[in-house]
Design a binder for this molecule. Structure first.
Ligand code: C2E
Ligand code: CA
Ligand code: CA
Ligand code: CA
Length: 269
């Protein structure tokens, strides 16, 4: 059409077509206001109070319904769209936090996930600073979650970025911890305030098992390095009990609360 053309490869499988269509839709999703954030409680064990909430992105596609982040974040990452989408997430999370506080709700902090490309984009600190100022968010109320593998990749550069972010007064959480092979030396230098134990260690947790030993070791590490430790993916009462016994003071997972829209979050947590 017009002056544009594209090649059609008969061998292109349906998956590739679907992916292209999805990328096109993703490009328009921001301007069509198709994104929203859901919020999941991070609880101070065992039954509260609320330590904060984690913002989780949802894409409301006109034909496919709600698309989960695992399906579109990798595409957004690959195409660079994550930079603008991520900026929207930070702004929206900051706006929502202050809206809750204005309404009299106690929400101590809000956590936002950063993808690797977003984490490495030079404009990130300025965008975060801008969001904090615009909505009047106290910096320590914003938590940035980056995965251990993102933090480990090109570790000198990552450390410099983390130091720059931490200098804004925001807090850093190392997500999916235990899967990324951090050296202890590196961990010691990280300006983080939280380790989030990966779901993989919680899933099959039993007393006396290997995962319990790993969880204990991470908790001990957190104590030594003065980092708070939270477990994610807590789905059952027995996981919750065992984690608490092992000394894990903060918990997150379906058992404590599923991710829900902002209105439901205000009512429930
Ligand atoms: P994550 O940061 O590890 O987030 C936790 C994921 O586990 C969420 O999936 C959450 O809904 C899910 N979850 C929470 N509790 C439980 C539980 O008890 N059991 C199980 N099986 N799952 C639980 P979700 O919302 O589909 O997000 C998936 C991933 O997408 C996130 O993993 C995060 O890496 C990424 N993501 C989500 N929102 C954003 C965002 O705004 N920006 C970026 N860059 N990534 C995001
Ligand atoms: Ca996370
Ligand atoms: Ca995680
Ligand atoms: Ca994960």
């Amino acid at each position: 059409g017009r002056n544009a053309y594209c090649f059609f490869e008969p061998s292109m499988n349906q998956g590739a077509h679907q992916q292209l269509a999805m990328i096109q839709d993703l490009r328009r999703a921001l301007s069509l206001a198709q994104f929203s954030l859901h919020y999941q409680p991070k609880m101070i064990a065992p039954s509260g109070p609320l330590e904060g909430v984690e913002a989780l992105l949802r894409w409301h596609h006109p034909e496919h319904g709600t698309v989960m982040p695992d399906r579109f974040i990798p595409l957004a990452e690959k195409t660079g769209l994550i930079i603008e989408i991520g900026r929207w997430v930070i702004n929206e999370a900051c706006r929502q936090l202050m809206a809750w506080r204005e309404a009299g709700h106690t929400v101590p902090s809000i956590s936002v996930n950063l993808s690797p490309a977003q984490f490495r984009s030079p404009g990130l600190p300025a965008k975060i600073e801008d969001a904090l100022t615009r909505y009047g968010v106290p910096p320590s109320s914003l938590v940035l979650e980056i995965t251990e593998s993102t933090a480990m990749q090109d570790s000198d550069t990552s450390l410099a970025i983390l130091q720059r972010l931490a200098s804004l007064g925001v807090r850093i959480s190392i997500d999916d911890f235990g899967t990324g092979y951090s050296s202890l030396l590196y961990l010691k230098r990280l300006p983080a305030s939280e380790l989030k134990i990966d779901r993989a260690f919680v899933r099959d947790l039993v007393p006396g098992g290997e995962d319990a030993a790993i969880v204990s070791a991470i908790i001990a590490l957190g104590r030594t390095l003065n980092l708070s430790v939270i477990a994610e993916g807590v789905e059952t009462e027995s996981q919750q009990r065992l984690l608490t016994e092992l000394g894990c003071t903060s918990l997150q997972g379906y058992h404590l609360g599923r991710p829900v829209a902002a209105d439901d979050a205000a009512a429930r947590f």
